[in-house]
Design a protein around this ligand. Structure first.
Ligand code: GDP
Ligand code: MG
Length: 441
């Protein structure tokens, strides 16, 4: 899409490209927004620098200001940074019984989140889950987990007084295997701040169960502290993911960005309240909007971009209706097809087009060679693309050679172009405005 958009900018923008000054001015505001959202200073600084390089020279969309454009670029970069390769809601819990270790500071929301995740696994994935509290320091902690378990209908390991966390972990592991559980979750004790005893204890437990997931639960409101906690836990224990709690509060969630930038670990879930169903899969778009706090600007730029796309589509359609369908249009169609899963995919989406797709395919259209067909068009001059009828033998030879293909390949492409051109004309004349529908889709 961005490729297509930048192509659109080239043709349609009057304001030209973002100057270094535009970018700098806009980024000053962005930096303030990031810091206000509790993004740590070094992370904010580095992020802004990265975006600066990226944004300078980019085209500005018609009807938005350079500043607005930068905000949109920043938003997209934020989403990019926050997004991991993995699906946040999908914990690695195959090979039962899979141990999940819950770690973090006291009061961060570990016990609550343990219950929430257990409920989710049970209800959405049909998993049989066992919960065990390793918090031997606060007498009420084990009862708290047992009560939550009863409330959500998930088993908890029977409480045995006088055991060490490692003893309990071993017992949970055994029970999980014997009882046919898919997952067992270990809710560890926290401290008010990081200390060596806590780390050692969690390390010992991890050594016993070899957790499939080690989820760090941190209070999303604590900003800088949360980042330090994440760094420390990751260094000492090795976390696999993060859960940010208290995101139902006023905080703007900058910790998410810092944490992601510092540890590189995915944010899995977001806690949005005390209730057992107040847990959501982490959504980068949403948090990015919240961190930046400039959602209206982002929406504005997106709308402007959409408008331009619509205008362009409209113009293209008008030309098609008049039977003007040149090689550039064909190339654009080919590129779009590549993105949409090939000819069959694109035709399959239009009512009554299945047969047409077959015809086009029979005419030598093969999804695998789209790339080569695009190369052929690229090998043509501007004039040739606009008027494919001028292509005689010598031109054809040159074009085919330029793309490393045979003239017969080019002839096939030209035949396909003629057929599509006819098809477009017919569709344009049709009463239903099918082409218009198709273009919108
Ligand atoms: P732990 O010490 O890490 O186990 O923390 P707890 O799970 O006991 O949670 C501490 C307090 O934070 C409890 O009162 C929870 O109800 C509350 N809490 C946990 N997660 C959230 C959340 O996402 N939003 C809000 N508003 N409160 C939460
Ligand atoms: Mg607890």
């Amino acid at each position: 899409l961005s490729e297509r958009l930048s192509g659109v900018f080239d043709r349609l923008t009057k304001q030209g490209a973002l100057s270094e000054d535009d970018v700098k001015t806009a980024l000053r505001e962005v930096r303030v927004a990031l810091l206000e959202a509790d993004v740590s200073l070094p992370v904010a600084r580095e992020f802004v620098k990265k975006v600066q390089d990226q944004a300078t020279g980019q085209a500005v969309t018609k009807s938005v200001t350079p500043g607005q454009q930068v905000v949109k670029i920043v938003h997209d970069a934020l989403v990019d940074t926050l997004k991991g390769a993995e699906d946040p809601g999908r914990l690695k819990i195959d090979n039962p019984p899979a141990p999940i270790l819950m770690v973090g500071l006291q009061g961060g929301g570990k016990t609550t989140t343990t219950g929430k995740i257990a409920k989710r696994l049970k209800e959405r994935e049909g998993k049989k889950v066992l919960l065990a509290s390793l918090d031997i320091y606060r007498p009420a902690a084990m009862d708290q987990l047992a009560i939550l378990g009863a409330q959500i209908g998930v088993d908890t390991l029977p409480i045995v007084k006088g055991q060490t966390p490692v003893d309990i972990a071993k017992r949970a592991k055994q029970q999980a295997a014997l009882g046919g559980y898919d997952v067992y979750m270990l809710d560890t004790a926290g401290r008010l701040q990081i200390d060596e005893v806590l780390m050692k204890e969690v390390q010992d437990v991890a050594a016993v169960v070899d957790p499939r997931e080690t989820l760090l639960v941190v209070d999303g409101l604590t900003g800088q502290v949360a980042v330090e906690v994440a760094e420390e836990f990751d260094a000492k224990i090795g976390i696999t993911g993060v859960v940010l709690t208290r995101m139902d509060g006023d905080g703007r969630g900058g910790a998410a960005l810092s944490m992601r930038a510092v540890t590189g670990k995915p944010i899995r879930f977001v806690g949005l309240g005390e209730k057992m169903d107040a847990l959501e899969t982490f959504e980068p778009e949403r948090i990015a909007g919240r961190i930046l706090g400039m959602g209206d600007i982002v929406a504005l730029v997106e709308k402007a971009q959409d408008t331009i796309e619509a205008e362009q589509a409209e113009r293209m359609m008008k030309r098609f209706q008049k039977g003007q369908f040149n090689m550039n249009d064909l190339k654009m169609q080919l590129e779009q097809m590549q993105k949409m899963g090939g000819m069959e995919g694109i035709m399959g989406m239009m009512p009554g087009m299945g047969k047409m797709a077959k015809q086009v395919q029979d005419a030598g259209f093969d999804d695998k060679i789209i790339t080569r067909q695009i190369a052929l068009v690229q090998s043509m001059t501007k004039r040739e693309r606009a008027n494919p009828q001028i292509l005689q033998a010598s031109r054809k030879k040159r074009i085919a050679a330029g793309a490393g293909m045979e003239v017969s390949d080019l002839n096939k492409l030209l035949k396909m172009h003629r057929q599509m051109s006819d098809m477009m004309k017919k569709l344009g004349k049709g009463k239903g405005g099918m082409l218009k529908q198709a273009m919108k889709g």
